[in-house]
Design a protein around this ligand. Structure first.
Ligand SMILES: C[S@@+](CC[C@H](N)C(=O)[O-])C[C@H]1O[C@@H](n2cnc3c(N)ncnc32)[C@H](O)[C@@H]1O
Length: 205
């Protein structure tokens, strides 16, 4: 997905702002969110994200929950709504996306959400869970480095859920994560999107 000369993962998109609302309507959550040009999934809820929000296990009730690659924030804001006592951290390299997350949190009265650039997150922050529709299109190597960076911050009993299209390499990503020492459960797929459940291997304290 490109907008003019931008990628959706540009840090400061050059595309002219074009705000559009999206309803995120789930059995337990009803949010109206702003989206914008230059941010992933402008004017709609991505198909993989919708399936993920409908099928991923409930987030832990407390602790820090990371939405890695938050875009305009549909995952972060649903996590914040489902776990009001948790602290939700929404991280993206795209500053316009972070602005949308802040606006969307305000609009929906969700006070437990912080939106940050990756480099602004304290190094010693421990994560109870990670939920992500990760940026496959940044390239395999960059995405693997990004995942290792954040998975290493999971608490010993922490868990990550990653939704990835089978056509975008969910099965090879699962195999590679296992080679890195993680335990991976390939959860049931729907419409060619698979959620991977990732935990530290048993030999990791
Ligand atoms: C597939 S989109 C998902 C967006 C949003 N979570 C959703 O479901 O609509 C992936 C997001 O990752 C962001 N991204 C790209 N590289 C990143 C990085 N190194 N660290 C954090 N986020 C990144 C992109 O800007 C994009 O917003």
């Amino acid at each position: 997905m490109r907008t003019g000369g931008d990628h959706y993962f540009s840090s400061t998109p050059g595309a002219l702002s074009d705000p559009k609302e999206v309803d995120v309507l789930l059995p337990d959550v009803d949010l109206t969110l702003w989206t914008d040009a230059g941010v992933f999934s402008h004017g709609r809820l991505d198909a993989a994200t919708r399936i993920f929000l409908e099928t991923a296990p409930a987030p832990p009730p407390t602790g820090v929950l990371l939405d890695l690659g938050c875009g305009y924030g549909p995952i972060a804001l649903v996590l914040a709504s489902r776990s009001p006592k948790a602290q939700v951290l929404a991280v993206d390299v795209n500053e316009r996306a972070l602005g949308l997350v802040r606006r969307n949190a305000d609009r929906n009265g969700l006070r437990n959400v912080t939106a940050s650039l990756p480099e602004d997150v304290p190094e010693d922050l421990e994560l109870a869970a990670i939920y992500a529709n990760p940026p496959i299109r940044i390239g395999k190597q960059a995405m693997r480095e990004m995942l290792l960076h954040w998975l290493s911050r999971l608490a010993a009993d922490g868990v990550a859920y990653l939704v990835v299209g089978k056509h975008l390499g969910s099965d090879s990503l699962a195999g590679w994560l296992e080679e890195q020492g993680f335990e991976v459960v390939r959860m049931a797929s729907r419409n060619s999107y698979r959620t991977l459940e990732v935990r530290h291997g048993k030999d990791v304290a």
